[in-house]
Write a protein that binds this ligand. Sequence first.
Ligand SMILES: CC(C)(COP(=O)(O)OP(=O)(O)OC[C@H]1O[C@@H](n2cnc3c(N)ncnc32)[C@H](O)[C@@H]1OP(=O)(O)O)[C@@H](O)C(=O)NCCC(=O)NCCS
Length: 191
Amino acid sequence: MNVREAKRAKGLDVTNIVGDVVIRRATVADAPVIAAVRIDSWRATYRGIIPDAYLDGMKVEDSTAIWSRILSATSSAANVFVAEVDGEVLGFAAGMTLKEARLGYDSELTAIYLEPSVQRAGIGRRLVAHVAATLASAGANNMLVWVLAENRPARQFYEMLGAELLVEQPFSWDGLDLQEAGYGWRTIRVN
Ligand SMILES: CC(C)(COP(=O)(O)OP(=O)(O)OC[C@H]1O[C@@H](n2cnc3c(N)ncnc32)[C@H](O)[C@@H]1OP(=O)(O)O)[C@@H](O)C(=O)NCCC(=O)NCCS
């Protein structure tokens, strides 16, 4: 049970279920915590969709190295934001403008992952809004996101935020055969 459900079950106000939430741009120093949040969130979300061996074999060090590279790149190609709850990074989201449009879309929300304990408290919505606003300032008109077809909660999240389903197709990733769904926001404004 997550914090929101736990509070709701007790009849408590759930509008402010977590302490202070601060959304800020990520720095290279956030690479290890982004890596850790991503792995926790993957294991909680993709168990049963992605093979256990893959999930259990994910290593924080490997992911930290990748995020360090992304965050230390001099170009602003990757826009990464973290969500701090009471000073602790518990979620992040990233997006980038696309050099070549895909399906007619010129930017992409490339990742959004929250620790399970703080999901469903409005943080994801705020992170998407930050990424979208930044991409809009960089000249993007619209925004694409790819999601594993079986990830129903995330699909509902994107649909609630106004994205429309564009395509469902098989894809191969890191040796895994999966099914993906592409969603798009026709205008970059995401509230
Ligand atoms: C998907 C995710 C980013 C959404 O962020 P979040 O902070 O949990 O979502 P929010 O609280 O901002 O939700 C906004 C609205 O989206 C919808 N929504 C969000 N999560 C949902 C879920 N699990 N099931 C159904 N609807 C959901 C709801 O309508 C929600 O509003 P409500 O809670 O007032 O009903 C987050 O839950 C997460 O990290 N999930 C695991 C990782 C993942 O799947 N990432 C996406 C990879 S493509």
